[in-house]
Ligand binder design. Structure first.
Ligand code: 9MR
Length: 373
């Protein structure tokens, strides 16, 4: 009887151990994303305020173990960093930069000129001169503050419409299209050693791609420095195709700029009315059809996601000479923006770590890929 009881206890503890197999208990001591991709490109993640401020959690050790680059998901946008024309709030961005330095990371700035999450005072600028003064001081003050400590910036974010024309933002409306060239000029004057990026979503779509290409050519023709293109990877389980992503990488690389894959996450949920991209102003109704996996992700989809990540990273490795950095838009499925976009309150699974920070199949599908590619 005693022996049976003891064996039962052993079996039960083993079962508990297996079911609790979380990130920390897996023997990945020698392995991590950042080590695997060390000679290929930076592996980055976006971090939020909580992650910047909490230095001792499981989450922050996961960030420093797996990633060698960071992007601030929200705290450096103008409405937070520069809420009034005469007020900058550098408290959190100081902590963000310190976090990156403590962990010896490549630190990216996101973002200087963006129509969304925009400090309201920008909208009061009525003419070209007023806007130019505001933009120049915004760009230069922030870049100079972190000169030599932040290594690259999204100087302009999402300036294009889907058809490749320029978005009618407050910047375009007041200054005309030269605001783009000037933004890059002011950024390079503030720190000539920075890598300066144009960052946007749907950069694989043909019309938008053509728009981005002519914008970059135009900036370069003015003799102004632009170092790279950020292709936001807000992608889906089946789209865009690997071929289209590859063609886009080739097209941008032909301009002589670096390519960063930024904001990478892969939605596994239905896409309402064929919506693509990340236009935050679009919202739809939640329902069962649109939220098919409210509790867990079926194994078949978990595998499909892992395969999709695997295919995408094989392509990135093939073009490693053109790619400077690949940044995931968040750490885990728990905090991804995609739980609330474009439909509020869904359960999405777009990242490499699950809601308990356990690595998913997708994580393992990437870990050893660089060995053979
Ligand atoms: O992930 C960010 C989310 O927390 C914010 O609510 C949202 C507001 O616009 O911005 C998200 O990040 C965006 C990024 O800054 C620019 N590209 C699109 C991203 C997703 O909307």
């Amino acid at each position: 009887m005693k022996i049976i009881k003891q064996s039962l206890l052993i079996v039960m503890s083993l079962a508990v151990l297996i079911s609790c197999k979380n990130y920390n208990s897996i023997n990945t001591k020698e392995l991590s994303l950042k080590k695997s991709y060390k000679d290929k490109f930076y592996i980055g993640t976006a971090i939020n305020q909580r992650q910047i401020e909490d230095n001792n959690s499981l989450e922050s050790s996961l960030i420093s173990k797996e990633f060698n680059s960071i992007t601030a998901e929200n705290i450096m946008k103008s409405m937070f960093l520069h809420p009034k024309e005469d007020t900058f709030n550098f408290d959190l961005s100081d902590k963000y930069v310190a976090f990156g330095e403590k962990n010896n990371m490549f630190i990216h700035g996101h973002t200087l000129i963006w129509h969304s999450q925009l400090a309201p005072w920008f909208k009061l600028k009525k003419d070209s001169l007023e806007m130019a003064v505001a933009m120049e001081s915004h760009i230069k003050t922030i870049i100079e503050k972190y000169k030599g400590r932040i290594h690259s910036w999204d100087v302009v974010n999402e300036a294009l419409n889907e058809d490749g024309t320029l978005r009618k933002s407050v910047f375009l409306n007041t200054m005309g299209k030269e605001y783009l060239t000037l933004a890059f000029k002011w950024a390079s004057e503030a720190d000539p050693n920075l890598d300066l990026y144009y960052n946007d979503y749907n950069m694989t779509d043909l019309k938008k791609r053509q728009g981005a290409i002519s914008m970059i050519k135009h900036i370069k023709e003015q003799g102004v420095k632009i170092d790279g293109v950020g292709m936001q990877g807000h992608w889906h389980i089946d789209t865009p195709s690997i071929e289209v992503i590859e063609q886009s990488i080739l097209d941008y690389a032909a301009l002589g700029v670096k390519i960063a894959i930024t904001e990478l996450d892969i939605s596994v949920l239905p896409n309402p009315w064929g919506l693509v991209g990340a236009e935050i102003s679009q919202r739809f109704e939640n329902n069962k059809l649109m939220n098919p996996y409210p509790k867990t992700l079926p194994d078949s989809i978990q595998t499909k996601l892992a395969d999709r990540y695997n295919d995408i990273f094989k392509l990135f490795l093939k073009h490693q000479d053109k790619i400077s950095r690949v940044t995931f838009w968040g750490i885990s499925d728990k905090q991804t923006w995609l739980n609330n976009f474009p439909i509020k309150g869904r359960t999405n699974y777009p990242l490499l770590f699950d809601r308990e920070l356990k690595p998913k199949k997708a994580f393992y599908s990437l870990l050893e890929l660089p060995k053979n590619n």
